[in-house]
Design a protein around this ligand. Structure first.
Ligand code: ZN
Length: 690
């Protein structure tokens, strides 16, 4: 039988093939469609008559789809990609059909009304129902026929514009190249960048190109652009690149300017059709920030603390550059990254390489597990071999309460495999805590995927500090998924949590990487066995905060522009979207943009991605996670009993309740108050403004 059918609790990862998926999906889709059809024709509008059966009708298909997506991202091949691409349209169509069913929508409303008259749902079920209803309404199901048709046209047009926007940015990024032919022109570039750009030159037909002698092909691709601007001593080349980047997709066939106005206008129309005053109100209606004013206040508070500090950072950088021989009147946009990197090297004299000798993967993992055991009273036990895995490097673990009660299990796929594994790191939730009708309980199962450096030639498996951070981050997501106590699958673990609150647990765990005893405990030098010296730890913390105010101002500039465009645009005093950007640049950035800057034309996050009226959430989740960590600091990080008590409270609220309640209410239960920005500012070395 195909491993995608009747999936056992431990999926047969060791014998899944693209052919298995292709054959299984036909019957999975047919079964799900038949079950949904039958429900649509006849059901009682109750939890057990509709909500649960609908979940059960869809889940064999969705679970299999999740496994297929997983195999695609960790064992990628043309065959997996072809199967995924071939099946995707049918899956999208099926989801839309369930989400836009008028029969189900009518019953959701009937159930809500019945529950309002005589309560018949648990609070968790009520919240799931409210969210299901809201999602249906925001998919246009509640609209009268004529307006629904227009709504669907708007949706289709927005989807097309988002794709065009992204493609224009990609094509414009590819269209610019700069080939450097002499060692002088390539002065300052680190060996890794020389190798990558020589390879790019070879790929473009310069078959003689070598890392040592060039030529080197420089592009606007972020992985090349960012290190080039930091390291190139060729100021003229930096200027050309900087100007090209700032005007990407802003002219000719690839001009995104008209698309920006169309996206803004269509999103306004979509919000109006659904009865919202602006697209920002629609977007925030299902996020924890809820109101435009809340986001405005967050931005204003952080800007008040960061703006002056960022101006000082700019002055410091200019003074540093002058002392090093820079003779310009002011640092131009193409100088900043270069001199900032020189200043950082000058102040924090350690290399990534040197630091990584202290982080042996097995010791880091042990230290992370000890921390989780101490904070949340759990035990984590290796159980390799007890469940099938997709690659020999994948580890398997079991999680239990201190008294031995099993809670969850997880897989860890640590190492980079560039040929078959997607980049980045993520946590997947294969199984969620679920109490079935027959009383049986399914325990959660999580998958952590990282892309750490692979140990080569008998070398010890050392991690870069950034990789340690990433592991902590993903483990935070996994903890929230695994330690849930909710037994309704649509609200248990990481399910049902508002989009702008999903990073609290993960970023919270990252904070421990900057806690001295924790980091000392998990560090051990690969040769000497010594823990991380205090002096190096101090530099690490300081380096984290290097130009923190400038970085924060940049994020606030993006967030404020996003909010203005989706909450308040158009206004008579704003001739176009770019004018809004210029006003915000003047208000938030410590140094001016180039006069010809057209960065909105490549702001894919809000015009071609999911961050429209949501860019603030990067800062929002940092505020929440820093404030949560501050609860441990206030309790006293060296007081073991206090840390354990605070950890238990964190487990009982944020980790246990997840999406079963409004995350802000859960947060207040943990903290005893609403979050404040103070801890984030303090952690960044900034003072709250009075
Ligand atoms: Zn995350």
């Amino acid at each position: 039988m195909s491993p995608f059918l009747n999936i056992p609790y431990y999926p047969a990862f060791d014998r899944m093939t693209p052919e298995d998926a292709a054959t299984a999906f036909e019957s999975l889709l047919a079964d799900a469609t038949r079950a949904v059809d039958a429900l649509e024709r006849g059901h009682t509008p109750t939890w057990t008559g509709l909500m649960r059966p609908l979940h059960d009708a869809c889940h064999p298909l969705f679970d299999a789809w999740g496994l297929l997506g997983h195999m695609l991202s960790v064992m990628n091949s043309d065959a997996w990609r072809r199967v995924h691409e071939a099946l995707q349209p049918a899956l999208v169509a099926f989801s839309l059909r369930v989400g836009q069913s008028r029969a189900f929508y009518a019953s959701y409303r009937a159930l809500r009304d019945a529950d309002r008259n005589v309560p018949c749902l648990t609070p968790v079920q009520r919240r799931i129902l409210e969210k299901t209803l809201q999602a249906a309404e925001q998919a246009g199901v509640g609209l009268p026929e004529s307006r629904q048709q227009r709504f669907n046209e708007v949706q289709a047009e927005l989807a097309r514009l988002a794709t065009d926007f992204r493609n224009h940015v990609l094509d414009a990024t590819k269209a610019f190249t700069l080939t450097l032919r002499t060692r002088d022109e390539a002065d300052g570039l680190p060996p890794a960048l020389l190798a990558v750009t020589a390879q790019a030159a070879r790929d473009a037909g310069e078959t003689q190109a070598t890392a040592e002698a060039g030529p080197w092909r420089i592009t606007l691709d972020h992985a090349v652009y960012a290190p080039f601007m930091m390291h190139s001593r060729n100021r003229a080349a930096r200027e050309r690149l900087c100007r090209a980047s700032a005007t990407r997709a802003a002219s000719g066939d690839l001009d995104n300017t008209p698309l920006i106005e169309q996206v803004l206008s269509l999103r306004r129309e979509m919000a109006a059709l659904l009865g919202y005053a602006s697209y920002a109100e629609l977007s925030l209606s299902n996020k924890t920030a809820r109101k435009v004013e809340t986001v405005d206040a967050l931005i204003a508070q952080l800007a008040g603390a960061a703006r002056d500090a960022a101006l000082r950072e700019a002055d410091d950088l200019l003074a540093f550059a002058r002392a090093q021989g820079f003779d310009g009147a002011t640092l131009e946009p193409w100088d900043t990254a270069f001199w900032a990197e020189r200043q950082r090297e000058h102040i924090y004299t350690y290399s990534d390489e040197e630091l990584s000798r202290y982080f042996l993967f097995p010791r880091v993992l042990e230290g992370l597990f000890q921390l989780a055991e101490r904070l949340f009273s759990i035990t984590i036990t290796p159980a390799d071999g007890e469940a099938p895995v997709w690659h020999p490097d994948v580890r398997f673990f079991r999680v239990a309460d201190a008294d031995g009660t099993p809670r969850a299990c997880f897989y860890l796929d640590p190492y980079s495999r560039p040929a078959t594994k997607s980049g980045g790191a993520w946590m997947n939730d294969f199984r969620t805590r679920d109490r079935r009708a027959d009383g049986t309980l399914q325990l959660p199962m999580a998958v952590l995927v990282c892309n750490q450096s692979v140990p080569v030639g008998g070398q010890p498996p050392v991690m870069r500090f950034q990789e340690v951070n990433t592991l902590f981050h993903e483990f935070g997501h996994a903890l929230q998924h695994m330690l849930t106590t909710v037994e309704e699958p649509d609200a248990s673990g990481v399910n049902g949590i508002e989009w702008d609150a999903i990073e609290i647990a993960s970023q919270f765990m990252e904070n421990w990487c900057f806690d001295r005893p924790t980091l000392r405990g998990l560090s051990r030098h690969a040769e000497t066995g010594e823990p991380l010296p205090d002096a190096l730890f101090d530099k690490l913390v300081a380096a984290k905060n290097y130009r923190a105010a400038t970085a924060m101002c940049r994020q606030l500039f993006f967030a404020a522009t996003d909010m203005d465009l989706y909450a308040r645009y158009p206004r008579p005093e704003w001739p176009d979207a770019d004018a809004v950007k210029r006003l915000n640049a003047a208000a938030y950035l410590p140094t001016p943009l180039l006069p010809e800057d057209r960065f909105l034309c490549s702001f894919t996050h809000i015009f071609g991605g999911g961050y429209a009226a949501g860019y603030y959430s990067y800062k929002w989740s940092e505020v929440l996670s820093a404030d949560a960590f501050a609860a441990f600091e206030e309790a006293g990080l060296t007081d073991d009993a206090a840390v354990r008590a605070t950890g238990q409270r964190f487990r009982d609220t944020l980790l246990a309740l997840g999406g079963s309640e409004d995350p802000m209410a859960v947060y207040r239960r943990f903290r005893g108050r609403a979050p404040t920005v103070d801890a984030l500012l303090r952690h960044c070395g900034l003072q709250p403004s009075s």
